[in-house]
Design a protein around this ligand. Structure first.
Ligand code: SAM
Length: 357
C-alpha cells in the first residue's frame, strides 16, 4: 500500500477547487497521513474545524501533537466496524468538504465491498475511500480527491461511478503531471464531486457501453497495399484527423469499410481535442489500425457525443495510458465514452435526443 503524501502545491490546488456555501466549515480527510490536505484547507479557512483520520497510529499521534485543535481518529476506513466504533461516528452527515488522496496500489487488484445508495459494489481501494466518505457529507457537501487515472476508467469501478453520477456532479478537473509524486505513483487526476440537489432517475440513461459500436481499424501502415479508387476506399490514419475534421486521403486501400456518421479518434499517440473528428454522413473510409471509430445513428448523435467528450476532456484523455506512447484500448474507450455520455451534466436522454432532432 502506498503512502505518498501530497505536496503543499498539489494540496493547495485541490483545496482551491472547493466552492463552499457555508461560513463555518467542517472538513475531513479519512486517510490523512501527515495532514497535507487539511493543512492546505487550514491555510484557506483558518477557522474551519478539521477532522483527521488515518489507520496509522503514528500519523495520528503526530497530528494530535502538532494540531491539538483538530479532531482526530485512528480507524480503518475500509472497515465499517472500525469506523463506527471510532469518534468518526459523531461526524456522520456533518461534513461540508471531504478531501482525499487515498491509498492506491498498482500491485494488488484487491477490491473492497462498498454500498452506494441501495447497491453493493466491489470497488478498488481508492474508490472505496470515496464511497465510504459519502455518509459523512452534509446534503450540500462535496468531495475533492486525488485519484489514479485507472480508477476513472477501470472495469471494476465503472458501475460505481455510474451509481455515483446519479447523486453527484462528477468533474475531472486536471490531469496531473506524473511528477506530482516524483514518478513513483500511477498517473493521477483531481476529481470534484458535488452533490446534485435532485438525484437523476436511473431510467433516463439510454447510452450504455454496448449501445456504442466502437470499431478499430485494421490496416497496418507499414504493410498497406495501395489500390485504385475504383477498388478501394480512402485510408484514414491519425494524420488525417485534424481540427475536428477527417481530411482527404489520396491513398486507397482494401479493408473493412466504415460509413459515416461516425466519431473518429486516435488509438495511439498524443490525443488532443482536435483529433476527435466527425466523419460525415455517407462518407465511406477504411481505418488504419491506429484509429478507432464510433458508428452513430445520425449526425446529431455524433455531434452530441463529440460535445460530451470535449466537455469532459480530462476524463477522456485519462483513458490513454502506457509506459511508452500512450494508447487506448477498445474496452477502455467503450467504458470512458459510456461514463462520459451518462454524466449528470450532459445526459443522452430520450428528451435531449428529441430536442436535437
Ligand atoms: C497516499 S497517503 C495520503 C496521505 C494524505 N491524505 C496526503 O494527501 O498527504 C494515504 C494514507 O492512507 C492511509 N491509509 C491506508 N489504508 C488506510 C485505511 N484502511 N484506513 C485509513 N487510512 C488508511 C495511510 O496510512 C496513508 O497515510
Amino acid at each position: 500500500m502506498d503512502s505518498f503524501y501530497t505536496s503543499p502545491e498539489l494540496a493547495d490546488a485541490l483545496v482551491g477547487l472547493a466552492t463552499p456555501r457555508r461560513r463555518k466549515l467542517s472538513i475531513a480527510d479519512f486517510a490523512c497521513g501527515e495532514g497535507s490536505l487539511l493543512l492546505a484547507a487550514e491555510r484557506r479557512w483558518p477557522s474551519a474545524s478539521m477532522i483527521a483520520n488515518d489507520v496509522s497510529a503514528a500519523s495520528v499521534a503526530g497530528l494530535r501533537k502538532s494540531r491539538p485543535k483538530w479532531r482526530t481518529a485512528c480507524s480503518d476506513f475500509l472497515n465499517p466496524r472500525s469506523v463506527l466504533s471510532s469518534s468518526l461516528r459523531k461526524h456522520l452527515a456533518g461534513v461540508d468538504l471531504v478531501l482525499l488522496n487515498p491509498p492506491f496500489s498498482r500491485r494488488t487488484r484487491q477490491t473492497f465491498e462498498v454500498a452506494a445508495g441501495d447497491e453493493v459494489f466491489h470497488a478498488s481501494i481508492a474508490m472505496a475511500f470515496v464511497v465510504n466518505s459519502i455518509p459523512f457529507l452534509r446534503p450540500d457537501g462535496a468531495i475533492l480527491a486525488v485519484l489514479p487515472d485507472g480508477c476513472l476508467v477501470s472495469k471494476h469501478d465503472e458501475p460505481v461511478w455510474r451509481a455515483l453520477r446519479k447523486q453527484f456532479k462528477v468533474e475531472v478537473i486536471r490531469d496531473n503531471a506524473r511528477s506530482a509524486f516524483q514518478g513513483v505513483r500511477a498517473r493521477t487526476c483531481l476529481v470534484r464531486m458535488t452533490k446534485l440537489s435532485m438525484p437523476l432517475p436511473a431510467t433516463e440513461h439510454v447510452a450504455s457501453p454496448t449501445a456504442l459500436a466502437i470499431v478499430r481499424g485494421c490496416v497496418q501502415m507499414h504493410s498497406r497495399k495501395v489500390v485504385s479508387s475504383r477498388i478501394g476506399k480512402p485510408l484514414i490514419h491519425t494524420n488525417h484527423l485534424q481540427n475536428g475534421a477527417v481530411t482527404s486521403s489520396g491513398v486507397y486501400v482494401v479493408g473493412a469499410v466504415l460509413t459515416g456518421p461516425a466519431l473518429l479518434f486516435p488509438r495511439v499517440g498524443l490525443v488532443t481535442p482536435g483529433k476527435l473528428c466527425v466523419l460525415s454522413k455517407g462518407r465511406r473510409v477504411t481505418l488504419s489500425d491506429c484509429v478507432l471509430g464510433v458508428a452513430c445513428e445520425s449526425e446529431t448523435e455524433v455531434e452530441l457525443l463529440r460535445k460530451m467528450v470535449l466537455a469532459d476532456w480530462p476524463t477522456f484523455a485519462s483513458a490513454y495510458r502506457g509506459t511508452g506512447a500512450p494508447y487506448i484500448t477498445l474496452e477502455r474507450a467503450s467504458r470512458v465514452l459510456c461514463n462520459i455520455s451518462t454524466d449528470g451534466r450532459l445526459l443522452l436522454t430520450e428528451a435531449s435526443r428529441e430536442a436535437f432532432t
